[in-house]
Design a protein around this ligand. Structure first.
Ligand code: 4NP
Length: 151
């Protein structure tokens, strides 16, 4: 089970959730996948319309997703919590309970040559930025699946 975490849970982490759902289905791998934000501005909101449009043209429907905040129990409910950027990873380490069982990682650490890098926030950008985000989360999803299949 995998939880993706970004700041607002309306752009990057819902796109990562959709990309991994698509990539896992294509490989026939059954996973529990969810996403959440470290901030609460968009609790209950659907993903950003530009995230929905970007995913839709790639065959993934994000319209049913709703924003939520990451919470302590997520560190027990998920095997892996994947941060979209380095600041999200720092924030996760701050709120990580002492008895957490989930592993933490950074999405692009699963992409060769992109280790340690952040998926940039497209929120203040344009559709081209969302296309870049999609390519990055899709690459991250493939890398995650390679790692899961190897372990
Ligand atoms: P995300 O983008 O973290 O990729 O969902 C953001 C969306 C909204 C806000 C920040 C980041 N916000 O501050 O409202």
């Amino acid at each position: 089970s995998i939880l993706f975490v970004c700041l607002g849970n309306i752009c990057r982490s819902p796109m990562a959730e959709g990309a991994l759902r698509q990539a896992a289905a294509q490989r026939g791998i059954d996973l529990t996948i969810d996403s959440a934000g470290t901030g609460g501005w968009h609790v209950g909101d659907p993903p950003d319309p530009r995230a929905i449009a970007t995913a839709r043209t790639r065959g993934v429907d994000l319209s049913g997703l709703r924003g939520r905040v990451v919470r302590a129990e997520d560190f027990h409910r998920f095997d892996l919590i994947v941060a979209l950027d380095r600041s999200n990873l720092r924030d996760l380490r701050e709120i990580e309970p002492d008895d957490a069982t989930a592993r933490l990682s950074l999405l692009l650490d699963h992409v060769r040559g992109r280790e340690g890098q952040s998926v940039a926030d497209p929120y203040t950008g344009d559709l081209e930025d969302f296309a870049i985000t999609w390519a990055e989360v899709r690459a991250g999803a493939e890398g995650l699946l390679d790692w899961i299949e190897a372990t």
